[in-house]
Design a protein around this ligand. Sequence first.
Ligand code: ATP
Ligand code: MG
Length: 508
Amino acid sequence: MKIKISEITNILRKKIANYHFDYQNPKFGSVISVGDGIALVQGLNDAKYMEIVTFENAGNGLVFNLEENHVGVIIFEKQNQIQEKDRVETTGKIISIDVGTEFLGRVIDPLGKTLDSKPLIKSKEKRVIENVAPSVMARTAVNEPLETGILAVDALLPIGKGQRELIIGDRQTGKTSLALDAIINQKNKDVVCIYVSIGQKSSSVLRMIDKLKKNGAFSYTTVVVALSSATEAMKFIAPFSGMTHAEYYLDQGKDVLIVFDDLSKHAIAYRGLSLLLRRTPGRQAYPGDIFYLHSRLLERAAKLKSDAGGGSITALPIVETQLEDLTAYIPTNIISITDGQIFLINELFNLGFKPAIDYGLSVSRVGSTAQIEAIKKTVGSLKLDMAEYKELKIFSQFGGNLDTNTNKVLEHGNRIIEILKQKEFEQLPQWMMVIILLSIKEKLIDQIEPKKIVIFRKHLIDHFMKIQKTKWLKNFIDSKKISDDVKVKIVEEIEKVISQMKFLFKSF
Ligand code: ATP
Ligand code: MG
């Protein structure tokens, strides 16, 4: 075949003549390719990192990669309406969202669009979703408790306002439930809550919202949702969007609790985007800056000094592990960023010990500075006792005779484990925790068989609820301080419950 040069040049000439793309204007570009939630765009010489761009036919995107010859844009929605050669325009705006109290009691997507059937939200304030964390000088030490209402957490792994405590565990170990309990317990406590759901099924999200509503916690909560079916771009910005909502309240000096459920799915979304944009993969194919991504997010949680507003953001990120491997890349990263972790394990969950906390591997690095005095005094050496119990329990499984001391520790431990069991949505006030802790510390529970501890716990709570208006008890509840006299009186009352129980079981 003979190639006619004139024919080829003619075709080229025609193509060039019809090509009306305005290369001179740095505001415009044209789509080279589109797919997998990403558009590569030629032109856009003006584009800035994290700037919103608009596509000619549909929707918005976010500038994510700035390269020599093209710009990588991640697409939020309507990808299938974008075509090659579509015109793209910069907006000059770094990605920002509406914030405000209007969003409380609402379900929104990370860009602020409502997902419930109620009307759209118009708010007065807009904020950029990437913000620099408060400076060291503006912060103060964590010293106020954030009450979760869960005895095992408030007594052994106390969380303070402004802290970042990781909830970590395999699938279906009660991670979400623990975080929800913490949110529900903020009722009437003047703490605003934000729940960020990343990559979950819509059925799980609906169930979660239902739980919040049923327990009266929805009115002070904003739920930010990027479903598993949402684009990776939506999942990627979701936690930043949630944090921006939280900062709105922080700046007004309020206390905020934010839950990220969960950051492993966030990391996977970010990995997907990075790989598609051909960023260099690192360990487990995650990009090298994944640590920086999560640390700059979680650093925004803080407790501020009173002259800087005095507000706080407490963050409870959730991470899902595979086969309880805490040494995988994302778990180790986030463990080192946060101020402690609550590790939930399958073994305990399946045995019915809920919340299924592994007390050996869980820690709160803020510790007792975030506890009220009465709890601090009554919790005593509970954590050490638990650790000793766990060790001896393993040892005792080898069989053989155990000395009386070891037996005592095991017997006591069996009862502690039972009394720390707590159902979902059963919020305990701090004073009630003090009473239960006292029954442990004074070894009063040792008089009851482990199997009957659950019944005893119920009786104990009912009894003290009944007498809570008694003057001495009311004084203690209001002051949150426990004197020796009060302690003696509480012990007397606990003993009353125990003798009632003994009588009850004898009569069976
Ligand atoms: P996933 O990995 O699917 O997100 P998860 O770790 O978040 O799971 P949850 O959904 O919180 O786990 O809980 C799993 C199940 O266990 C739920 O059905 C929940 O109702 C139940 N559950 C969790 N905590 C408790 C508890 N303290 N008492 C009784 N049931 C509980
Ligand atoms: Mg969950």
